[in-house]
Design a protein around this ligand. Structure first.
Ligand code: NAD
Length: 315
C-alpha cells in the first residue's frame, strides 16, 4: 500500500474542488482521478497539475487512472453521481435510487482490487449510499464511512461564530443524524470556550441570545441555498473530505461527526447515520455515544426510521 495515495472517483464539481483542496493539504504524494467521463477527468487533472509549481500545492503525481489503482490506495473518495439541481425538490433523497446504483457499481469495481483502503463516501444521499456500499459489498465497517454531518457541523459552527464574532474553530458542537432534512443539533453539546450556548450573549456581550431555531434553519438550508445561488456546492464539502484525509494520514484520532453503519449504538441498527467518531489511521476507529436528551434520542430514532423507509424502497 502507498500510505499517501488517494483515488478520487468522480471529477464533477465536488470531485474537482476536492482534487484542488487535497493538493493544498500537502499530505498526498499520488492522486488518481477516475470518472466515466474520461475527458472531464483529463481536463481536471491537467488543470490541477499546473498548481504544483506554486507554494502551498504539493508536487504530487496527479493522473487519470482506472479502478486497478485502488489496489495500493490508502484512501478512496467517492464523489461520482449527480447532485440536486436548481429548481429540483430540495431533498437529497430524490437521488437515492440512481446514486445507490452508481455506488453499487463502483463498489463492485473497488472490491476487485482492495478491502484495505479507507473509503470516504460523499455522493448523496450520503447515509443511504454509505449503508448500501458497506452492506452490499460486505466492506469492513471501520473502513467505509460518509462525510455525513461533518459539513452541516461546519456550517453550524460558522453561523454561530459569525453571530458571536469569534473564529468558527472556537465553536464546538455537532449536527447529528441524517445529512439531510431530519438532521438535528444537540444544543447541550454546543459551546465556545466552555460557555454553553444559552450563556453566550452574556459572556460575549451580544445584543441578543443565540436564536437556535434560526441557526438550525440556516444550517439545514445552507446547501440548498448555495445550489440555488451558484448551481452546486463544492468548497465546504471539499474541505470536509480533506479534514478526514488529514485525520487518517496523520493518525490524528480526531473526533468528527461522520456517517457510519450503526450496530446497536444509540439503540439503532441497520442504517448509517452521523455520530461523533474517533478518526485515525484505521478509519472510523471508535463510535462515541455522546449524552443526548430524551427529545434528541427521539429525533435520532426519527432519522433512523426515515432512512429505514428509504432503504426499503431501493431495489
Ligand atoms: P456532478 O454532476 O458535477 O459530477 C458527478 C460526476 O460523477 C460526473 O463527472 C460524472 O461523469 C461522474 N459519474 C457519474 N456516474 C459515474 C460512474 N458510474 N462512474 C464514474 N463516474 C461517474 O456532481 P457534483 O456536484 O460533483 O456532486 C457529486 C455528488 O456529491 C452528488 O451526489 C452530490 O449530491 C454530492 N454532494 C455531497 C455532499 C455531502 O455533504 N455529502 C456535498 C455536496 C455534494
Amino acid at each position: 500500500m502507498n500510505a499517501n495515495k488517494v483515488v478520487l472517483i468522480g471529477a464533477g464539481m465536488v470531485g474537482a474542488a476536492t482534487l484542488n483542496s487535497i493538493l493544498m493539504l500537502n499530505l498526498v504524494s499520488e492522486l488518481v482521478v477516475i470518472d466515466q467521463n474520461v475527458q472531464r477527468a483529463q481536463g481536471e487533472v491537467m488543470d490541477a497539475s499546473h498548481t504544483t509549481a506554486f507554494a502551498y500545492s504539493s508536487g504530487a503525481n496527479i493522473r487519470v487512472g482506472t479502478y486497478a489503482d485502488c489496489k495500493d490506495a490508502r484512501i478512496i473518495v467517492m464523489t461520482a453521481g449527480p447532485s440536486i439541481k436548481p429548481g429540483e425538490k430540495m431533498d437529497r433523497q430524490i437521488l437515492a435510487q440512481q446514486n445507490a446504483g452508481i455506488m453499487t457499481q463502483v463498489m463492485s469495481e473497488i472490491t476487485k482490487y482492495t478491502q484495505d483502503a479507507i473509503i470516504i463516501t460523499v455522493t448523496n444521499p450520503v447515509d443511504v449510499v454509505t449503508y448500501l456500499a458497506k452492506t452490499r459489498a460486505n466492506y469492513p465497517g471501520n473502513k467505509i464511512f460518509g462525510t455525513g454531518t461533518l459539513l452541516d457541523t461546519a456550517r453550524m459552527r460558522q453561523i454561530i461564530a459569525q453571530q458571536v464574532g469569534v473564529d468558527s474553530k472556537n465553536v464546538h458542537g455537532y449536527v447529528l443524524g441524517e445529512h439531510g432534512n431530519s438532521a438535528f443539533i444537540p444544543w447541550n453539546l454546543v459551546d465556545i470556550a466552555g460557555v454553553p450556548v444559552d450563556q453566550l450573549d452574556r459572556a460575549f456581550h451580544m445584543k441578543a441570545p443565540i436564536d437556535k431555531e434560526k441557526v438550525f434553519e440556516g444550517t439545514k438550508s445552507a446547501g440548498f441555498d448555495i445550489i440555488q445561488l451558484k448551481g452546486y456546492t463544492s468548497s465546504g464539502i471539499a474541505m470536509s473530505v480533506c479534514r478526514l484525509i488529514k485525520a487518517i494520514i496523520l493518525d490524528e484520532r480526531s473526533i468528527l461527526p461522520i456517517s457510519v453503519v450503526l450496530d446497536g449504538h444509540y439503540d439503532t441498527k441497520n442504517v448509517a447515520l452521523s455520530v461523533p467518531c474517533v478518526v485515525g489511521k484505521n478509519g472510523a476507529e471508535h463510535i462515541l455515544e455522546v449524552p443526548l436528551t430524551s427529545e434528541e434520542r427521539r429525533q435520532f430514532k426519527q432519522c433512523a426510521q426515515n432512512l429505514t423507509d428509504i432503504l426499503g424502497k431501493i431495489s
